[in-house]
Ligand binder design. Structure first.
Ligand code: GLY
Length: 377
């Protein structure tokens, strides 16, 4: 076992995986190479038709590759490979791509290459990493997040895109991509994370000088608040940068953000709200943050000494147990498993709904506990 969990916890994780696989199998038959986001009337539509470069379009593929790795069933790999091919047009057209290239191609081409050795997938992954590298801003040392808006901004989420740069350096033997990733991670440490272990969502830079101009609110409650998915990106993203570089400051930052997350989540019995610094009422949940934080905690636990591990592993189990006890929809005829996920605080239409990345992190977390996952990041 990868993590030291009790027999009861193993049995619970196994039961959840069985339910998950039943549902994934039903969804796989319905979905083909569709790119799901949020179900409408219990069924996923195809976000790829409307918006091919939307940042969540590969999470279903990531789930399928995890399921393929865990079960060896070819039907999962087939639909994941079809999603990867659909994305080729996005790379060819180039416009519309932003920093979420990491999410898009780590869960498709890079996963495919890692599991099957497909050379065409490797090429796709290296091309995608090159486009991401081209967004690096030497004035300010950061990867520019989005294309819209007057400001040039970096966001905490981007830590999860960096692994495609680490991977590209690994498979090509050229350290350039890794250096850019580390330059961005260093800027995130200095300008996006806060000393108390919380994180800003967005930092804006002057395009010419690279000076920080402001730190506005983002998808959380507001300026200076503590958007929980951003906190989860910080825990997981910093742990991953540590895995790929061995730089101690990244591990320390992951621990700091984990401690902040857990202290706050304990106040609501580990049911995770959208923002730790929002008013007490109304209560809005974001279970995508809970699932992502759990995976980040498990990743973190792999890099700390033995006596430190239980804090992170037990907390991850706790988060996933709360989530699966209270917030999962196991009905195979409806799409979407993790309910009450929230894209952002201020928009009712995608608040407290099932969102595909919640399911990805739930599946990754459960498979990690069973020692059946593979590292997609
Ligand atoms: N990366 C965008 C989000 O977390 O909503």
């Amino acid at each position: 076992m990868k993590y030291n969990i009790t027999v009861q916890e193993q049995e619970w994780a196994q039961q959840i995986w069985e339910k998950l696989e039943k549902k994934l199998s039903a969804q796989n038959e319905r979905l083909g190479s569709r790119m799901p986001y949020i179900p409408v009337n219990g069924r996923y539509e195809d976000m790829g038709e409307e918006h091919l470069t939307w940042w969540t379009n590969s999470f279903w593929s990531g789930i399928l590759w995890q399921a393929y790795h865990a079960t060896g069933k070819q039907c999962y790999a087939e639909n994941a490979a079809a999603t990867e091919e659909r994305l080729d047009r996005a790379l060819e057209e180039y416009t519309g791509l932003d920093h979420d290239i990491g999410f898009l191609w780590l869960h498709t081409a890079v996963a495919d290459y890692r599991l099957t050795g497909n050379e065409r997938s490797k090429l796709r992954g290296v091309r995608a990493a090159s486009v991401l590298a081209s967004r690096f801003q030497p004035a300010g040392n950061y990867i520019r997040a989005w294309n819209h808006g007057e400001d040039s901004v970096a966001i905490i989420d981007c830590l999860m895109n960096l692994p495609i740069l680490y991977w590209a350096s690994e498979v090509t033997g050229d350290s350039a991509w890794k250096k850019l990733a580390m330059a961005h991670a260093d800027t995130a440490l200095r300008e996006i994370l806060r000393p108390d272990g919380s994180s800003n969502h967005i930092v804006a830079f002057d395009r010419e000088s690279g000076e920080v101009t402001k730190k506005p609110g983002g998808q959380g409650y507001g300026e200076g608040s503590s958007w929980t998915r951003g906190q989860a990106w910080a825990i997981y993203g910093m742990a991953l940068s540590y895995r790929h570089t061995g730089k101690q400051e990244y591990l320390d930052a992951s621990k700091r953000t984990a401690h902040y997350f857990l202290a706050n989540a304990a106040l609501t019995d580990y049911d995770v709200v959208i923002d730790f610094r929002a008013p007490a009422e109304p209560v809005y949940y974001d279970n995508t943050a809970a699932a992502c934080a759990a995976c980040g905690l498990l990743e973190l636990s792999e890099h700390v000494p033995e006596l430190e591990k239980p804090l992170y592993v037990k907390s991850a189990v706790k988060l996933l147990q709360r989530l699966t006890e209270r917030f999962c929809n196991w009905m195979t005829e409806e799409d979407g498993i993790t309910t009450k996920g929230s894209a952002r605080y201020d928009r009712a239409s995608d608040r407290e709904v099932p969102i595909i990345y919640g399911d990805y992190f739930l599946a990754e977390g459960i498979l990690r506990l069973l020692g059946k996952d593979f590292l997609i990041w």
